[in-house]
Design a protein around this ligand. Structure first.
Ligand code: ACO
Length: 403
């Protein structure tokens, strides 16, 4: 803490913690991380226990409600998701206004915010029931919006959500079906995408979740707060890293640079290059999500896309980095973004949709945090302080006197 009482005319103590490396902004009962041991738990349940069975929606309900749903609760929430899956026909005009090349993350954020125009009655959530309504609408419609953003970029007609399909196959149907040909989702693809969404579902006070909480702390509604979360996630140091990993692997594959040269460049501070998909603010050990994704990549990629050279390049980069003192000393390990792009690519998902899929996955976490903060006794508007470094004694000069 810095005593600034004699400094810059301020009168109290301020903790200066750039990047909030040591600053807790809230108490939370949603997700537990032990970064030194590589442990991640949702509501106390180790992430590894989600590897086989549950649906993403079950995990979303766990995060949002605090407990695993009963069969009845699950059926009721799933029915809501089906009921709310369509977006207002008027929203399609918004899509048409965007250029074809518009980044889908920009469309996603704009459209989530636009949802708040259609549900003014859900701006002030008075009780649990209304909150459930708002979260079901958001989780369901985000999937439709994400798929339509892709269809728009391709100039394809929008496919309506299918009322009989589960969450993940329905998303892929809306992305890939044609009016004359229904997309048939291979079980392995549905399973892998389901797990990718689960592994991204929450990660305590990461940049986008903190953004959602911060925006929500001003009293902004759930839709507006989550739209802000999408913008925060978009950046290449956060969710956008999955795109950058693919670009890095492609660059190496095209022969522009070898894996060894890339790692060397990433160690050179002047180059401004980083080994994308490596390092984490909290994990100083293996990111358990990355380990699970590496396993899926090894199983899935050969089945769907025999011998993807990018997988071999990723493995080589990992091997070089993990035996290099630069990465070892700084405890830089592969993070969740290192392998997710390779898996999504094998499924036929275009690169510009990678971060959108991350956003679909992270949405339950954002919703859970927004609500937790909304409910917290004594919750205050988030308002960090600063150390002012500018001039304190200046005067206005009329324009004709400036030179
Ligand atoms: N490549 C090379 N050097 C790195 C990398 C990397 N990927 N990550 C960190 N470092 C180095 C830094 O240069 C710094 O070195 P120094 O101590 O000599 O100055 C040291 O490791 C610590 O790095 P910081 O930037 O201080 O760590 P911070 O916690 O602020 O950043 C972050 C974490 C943003 C994830 C960082 O590791 C990074 O940029 N990684 C690449 C991007 C990425 O993969 N992002 C996805 C993160 S996971 C997620 O959001 C889903």
């Amino acid at each position: 803490a810095i005593d600034i009482s004699n400094l810059r005319g301020q009168t109290n103590h301020i903790t200066l913690d750039p990047g909030y490396g040591n600053t807790g902004s809230c108490e939370s009962g949603i997700t537990f991380i032990d970064g030194d041991k590589g442990i991640l738990r949702y509501r106390g349940i180790p992430i590894e226990e989600f590897a086989d069975s549950p649906s993403f929606i079950e995990v979303a309900m766990l995060l949002i409600n605090g407990t695993l749903p009963t069969a009845e609760e699950y059926a009721s929430f799933s029915a809501d998701l089906t009921r709310f899956a369509n977006i207002d026909e008027g929203m399609k005009y918004h899509f048409q206004g965007f250029p074809r090349a518009a980044p889908p993350m920009a469309i996603l954020s704009a459209m989530i915010n636009a949802l708040s125009c259609f549900y003014p009655e859900l701006h002030e959530l008075e009780d649990e029931q209304q909150f459930r309504q708002a979260s079901a609408r958001l989780i369901s419609k985000v999937r439709t919006i994400a798929a339509y953003a892709y269809r728009h970029s391709k100039g394809l007609p929008y496919m309506y959500p299918h009322p009989a399909m589960r969450y993940v196959p329905n998303f892929l149907h809306m992305m890939f079906s044609q009016p004359y040909e229904q997309y048939v989702c291979p079980e392995i693809v549905s399973k892998a995408l389901n797990l990718i969404l689960i592994l991204h579902a929450d990660h305590e006070q990461n940049c986008s979740t903190s953004t959602v909480r911060m925006v929500g702390s001003s009293g902004a509604n759930l839709f507006a707060s989550c739209a802000a979360g999408v913008c925060a996630l978009w950046g290449p140091l956060h969710g956008g890293a999955n795109v950058e990993v693919l670009n890095m692997l492609e660059q190496i594959h095209q022969g522009n640079i070898t894996p060894e040269e890339y790692v060397k460049l990433a160690k050179d501070k002047d180059s401004k290059v980083r080994l994308m998909g490596f390092g984490h603010r909290v994990y100083k050990n293996f990111d358990p999500r990355a380990q699970m994704l590496q396993k899926i990549a090894q199983e899935l990629v050969p089945v769907l896309n025999r011998n993807d050279p990018l997988l071999d390049i990723a493995r080589r980069l990992e091997e070089i980095a993990l035996s290099d003192p630069y990465f070892v000393d700084r405890k830089l390990y592969p993070n969740v973004d290192f392998y997710s792009g390779i898996i999504l690519r094998a499924m036929g998902i275009p690169t510009n949709m990678f971060t959108v899929i991350f956003a679909i996955g992270r949405l339950p976490g954002w919703i859970a945090h927004w609500w937790e903060q909304h409910q917290a006794p004594g919750s205050r508007i988030a308002r960090p302080r600063q150390i002012y470094t500018g001039t304190t004694n200046a005067h206005y000069l009329p324009m004709e006197e400036r030179n």
